[in-house]
Structure formats: C-alpha cells, structure tokens
Design a protein around this ligand. Structure first.
Ligand code: COA
Length: 316
C-alpha cells in the first residue's frame, strides 16, 4: 500500500472565549480545581451565527491554501465529528458544497469520538490507494458546547469547539502511516445519545474510569506504532497527543522521556475538542515552524467507544 503524507494544515475556532472564571459563575467549581486537575484555563464555544459547518469550511480552506492544492484536485473528503449540525446532509457534504469540491468523489462524516481524526486519516489512506486522484481532505471538527450538561461539573468544564484540517497526498513508495486503531465496544463510560435514543442529547462521562483507560491506551499505541514502523522514540520529531487532560500527556511524556521541544499542549486554551484536538495541534505546530517538510509525527488519540488510535505521519 502507498502511504500518505500531510501537505498542508488549517484550523479555525469560534470567537467566544469561556474562561474557568466564567464557569465559576455557572457551576460549583474553581479556576484552581480545573487548572490543577485538567490543565484547562479556557475553551472556545460557538456563539450566535457560529456553526460547525462554518469553522469546518474555514479550517479546510486554510489547509488547501497551505498545501497549494485546489478544490478540484481533492479525491475524497472525510469529516471526523460526533457533533454534526445535521446528520443528513453530513458535514462533509456541506463542505463539498461550500468549497466546490468535485461531485464524483466520496465525501462523508466519520464518528470515532476523540480518535476520529486518526480513524479518518487511515480511511483516507485506503481510499486514495483506490483512487486516481492523489489528494485528500481530512477534517476533525466539533461543536461540543451544544451537548454539554451544565448540571454536571465533572464534564461541563472540559469541552470546547473547534476544527482542524489536513490536506494529504498519496504517492507510490511513500511509507504507510501504519495506523493502529481499535475500540472496546463500551457504551457506558462516555456517552452522547443521538436522535434514536430515549435520552436527552447531552454528554456524560465517568471521568476517572476514562482516565484510567487513557493512561493505558496511550503507551500501548505509542509502542504499537514504533513496533510496526521499526522506529524508536528518538526517530520521532514530534509527539502529538489528544488534548483531553494535561495529566495524561504528562504521564506519557515522563514514561518515554520526551524532551520539551518534542511535544505540545494547547489544552489550556481550547479544552478537549475531541476529533478536532489532534489537527488543531498539527496546524499550530506547522504555523509555528515546529514541524514542516520531512517531519515525522507520532499522533495518539483515545476517546468514547472506547476507541484508541496511533499513527506515524510525515509531512510532505
Ligand atoms: N470542580 C470542582 N470539583 C469537582 C469538579 C469541578 N469541576 N468536578 C469534579 N469535582 C469533584 C468531584 O465531585 C469529586 O469530589 P468528591 O471527592 O467530594 O466526590 C472530586 O472532585 C474528584 O472527582 P473525580 O471525578 O474523581 O476527579 P478526577 O481527578 O478523576 O478528575 C476529570 C476528573 C474529568 C478531570 C478526569 O477524570 C479526566 O480528565 N478524565 C479523563 C477525561 C478523558 O480523558 N476523556 C477522554 C475522552 S475524550
């Protein structure tokens, strides 16, 4: 199988900043508790007139520009999201219309909760191998502020909205991203009921149990990806972890002795943006010049389902 590399990235977040101090006025919590237990100081929530489709389109346009790829060169489009504005049409179909993507290409949404972007990258690699077109658009986007349970202080402080996008290219001879993906088939620990459920559409989570799962899943994914690719920790230029809790990232950093210049956190600014979290980090790193052509990035995600995933992706 031919591999994919990232050619360009883009991101967009809503304008409304919600700080820990703002949340102190809504639930029984404190800036000190949130910062020390999660690393989060603020998050962005969609305000009036802001929708997942608009931030998705803005992020995707920036990624196309960054990659110097035009919409008619895109051979497939996947939006990873668990919080679409409409289930039908999919967010990807709305994006196809907004960007003027070709009509004879697959455009669809994919839901693997917080691991969605990595599931989408792997799916895109498979699709482009079967397509005459060599560029693909992968977006992770969420509007989690719409599904927050404002009576649950254990979850309402965690989540934010945002969108991150990547334009990928598939070429003969490039290495596969060697994705390791999986799920436990768990429907209790992290739950967001849909229109078919007899429950309100609000997010619930047993945080401590999900935390335990995450601290085991992250090193498992890192080890599997390194094993599959025959690489070592030293061969990796940058580690990108799903931004769910700063303490989960810190544990992984300590375990693998990752130096400060090889990992990144933006959870303090955005909170947990689920499927958008990894591409938001990728886009910021690229803009700051910390990763670029030739960089090898090991990305790890985990989330509801319970899903997990890791891959080694290079920049073209
Ligand atoms: N402010 C103040 N106190 C809070 C609080 C808040 N926002 N949320 C919970 N608490 C309290 C609890 O009520 C509990 O009090 P008690 O001991 O009197 O019962 C105490 O803090 C500890 O709660 P607990 O839920 O055990 O905290 P925690 O240390 O596990 O932290 C999370 C909670 C959600 C931050 C943490 O579990 C977490 O990050 N989980 C993983 C999330 C994740 O990775 N999700 C990935 C999927 S996207």
């Amino acid at each position: 199988m031919n591999g994919i590399k990232i050619r360009g990235t883009g991101r967009d977040v809503p304008g409304r900043i919600v700080t820990n101090r703002d949340l102190e006025k809504i639930v029984d919590t404190s800036d000190q508790w949130i910062t020390s237990r999660t690393g989060i100081q603020a998050r962005r929530h969609c305000g009036e007139g802001e929708h997942i489709s608009s931030i998705t389109a803005a992020a995707a346009r920036r990624a196309l520009e960054d990659a110097c790829v035009t919409p008619d060169q895109i051979g497939a489009c996947i939006v990873a999201t668990a919080t679409p504005e409409t289930l039908v049409p999919s967010t990807a179909c709305s994006l196809q219309r907004d960007l003027g993507l070709l009509q004879d290409i697959p455009c669809f949404d994919l839901n693997a909760a917080c691991t969605g972007f990595l599931f989408a990258l792997h799916t895109m690699e498979c699709l482009l191998n079967a397509s005459p077109r060599k560029f693909g658009l992968v977006v992770g986007a969420e509007n989690l502020s719409r599904v927050i349970n404002w009576e649950d202080r254990g979850t309402c402080i965690l989540f934010g909205d945002g969108a991150g996008a990547a334009v990928v290219e598939c070429r003969e001879g490039w290495p596969s991203i060697s994705a390791v993906l999986g799920c436990h088939g768990n429907s209790e620990l992290l739950r967001l009921p849909g229109p078919g459920a007899e429950e309100p559409c609000v997010l619930s989570m047993e945080g401590t149990k999900v935390f335990k799962f995450a601290v085991e899943a992250v090193p498992w994914c890192v080890d599997q990806v390194l094993n599959r690719t025959g690489r070592t920790v030293e061969d990796v230029d940058f580690f990108v972890f799903h931004q769910a809790n700063a303490r989960i990232i810190d544990l992984a950093v300590r375990k693998y002795h990752i130096p400060a210049e090889k990992y990144y956190k933006n959870i303090q600014e955005y909170g947990n943006t689920s499927a958008a979290s990894i591409p938001l980090v990728l886009s910021e790193l690229r803009q700051q010049g910390k990763i670029g052509p030739g960089s090898r990035v090991l990305a790890v995600g985990f989330g509801g389902g319970l899903t997990w995933g890791g891959c080694l992706i290079e920049f073209a």
